[in-house]
Ligand binder design. Structure first.
Ligand SMILES: NC(=O)c1ccc[n+]([C@@H]2O[C@H](COP(=O)([O-])OP(=O)(O)OC[C@H]3O[C@@H](n4cnc5c(N)ncnc54)[C@H](O)[C@@H]3O)[C@@H](O)[C@H]2O)c1
Length: 309
């Protein structure tokens, strides 16, 4: 099939492009390179069609000249800190979501898969977090993801376009950005490999679950192939909780280091104490359970960071 991946030069998108190529699909990678980079797709540059453009503009029309079968809409303004600092560019992503849906509908695309986020749950009111349970999209990023999910549902119900929204819970692995805006696993690994004590916000008792990139990609592919996911919103993640302090200690141990975590004041945007998905729907509709333990995923990720330092 001919498959469009927006955000294809990003962390998850680049892994997805590679997995789709392995399955024999034709891949069109569309990205504005705001947080994505050529490095992530260098090894597949001659196997994909790369279009540099912005989803929130008419650039996207170029991608749809190709008779697209499937769209993965994974482009977004991401990162808790960045999305706090640039709420307007987060809101602009609503235009991109609308463009994707309208062009997919007009061009008779078979299915649109949308990368949503666990941030929709805000500071959770119930545990584990259920797709039909209480949500609290307090941040602009979460609000835009919720609007995205609702637009997906509208196009599915009113216009018979197959759509599916995947609520990703913290994904980690190779190719993940690890600068000041970076995600916690990459941040800790970088700090420890550079001989710096990992900085833990608050007392580190806040907990998360972490999903290794290969599990996330396997589920994205199943979501594409399975009809049972049409019109659905599905939590995608591991349900094994770990505190941020224990994550820091685990990374120190996995790097064979004797550094100690240091505690710094929690940022005012870092307000979520717990995050853990209810995975019942994921297991039922995708018939999938995460395969990589945190130890396995971290050791693969650490190896990648060591060879890409
Ligand atoms: N990584 C996670 O843990 C996580 C968790 C929840 C949801 N998500 C969602 O998964 C998707 C991928 O995230 P990621 O972690 O790979 O981030 P990323 O920043 O590595 O990837 C996003 C990509 O989208 C591109 N992009 C951004 N805005 C664009 C636009 N308007 N037009 C074209 N390209 C644009 C960026 O350049 C980048 O390559 C995002 O939608 C994100 O919201 C990720």
């Amino acid at each position: 099939m001919k498959i469009l991946v927006t955000g294809g030069a990003g962390f998850i998108g680049s892994h997805l492009c590679k997995a789709l190529l392995k399955k024999g699909h034709e891949v069109i990678c569309f990205d504005n390179f705001s947080t994505g980079s050529n490095e992530k797709i260098n090894d597949i540059k001659n196997q994909i069609e790369l279009i540099e453009g912005d989803c929130n503009t008419d650039d996207l029309k170029k991608a749809f000249q190709n008779n697209i079968d499937i769209v993965f809409h994974y482009a977004a303004t991401v990162g808790v800190k960045r999305t706090q600092e640039k709420p307007m560019s987060v809101f602009d992503d609503i235009i991109g979501i609308r463009n994707i849906l309208e062009l997919s509908y007009q061009n008779k695309v078979k299915k649109v898969i949308f990368a949503s986020s666990s941030e929709i749950y805000g500071n959770p009111k119930e545990m584990p977090e259920k797709e039909d349970g209480i949500i609290d999209p307090i941040q602009p990023y979460a609000g835009v993801k919720l609007i995205g999910e609702q637009l997906m549902e509208t196009y599915h119900n009113k216009f018979n376009l197959n759509t599916c929204s995947l609520r990703f819970f913290n994904v980690y692995g190779s190719n993940q950005i690890s600068n000041a805006y970076g995600f916690v696993t990459g941040k800790f690994i970088n700090q420890v490999l550079s001989g710096k004590n990992p900085t833990v916000y608050g007392d580190g008792s806040q907990s998360r679950t972490f999903t290794y990139i290969d599990d996330n990609i396997n589920m994205s592919l199943i979501a594409m192939e399975s009809e049972s996911t049409n019109g659905q919103v599905i939590n995608i993640g591991s349900d094994k909780e770990i505190s941020i302090l224990d994550l820091a200690k685990k990374i120190i141990k996995s790097c064979n280091s004797d550094l100690e975590p240091v505690f710094v004041e929690r940022e005012n945007y870092d307000i979520v104490d717990k995050r853990c998905p209810d995975t019942t729907r994921m297991k039922k509709l995708l018939n999938y359970e995460t395969k990589f333990s945190l130890n396995q995923g971290l050791s693969k990720t650490i190896e990648w960071f060591k060879s890409n330092k």
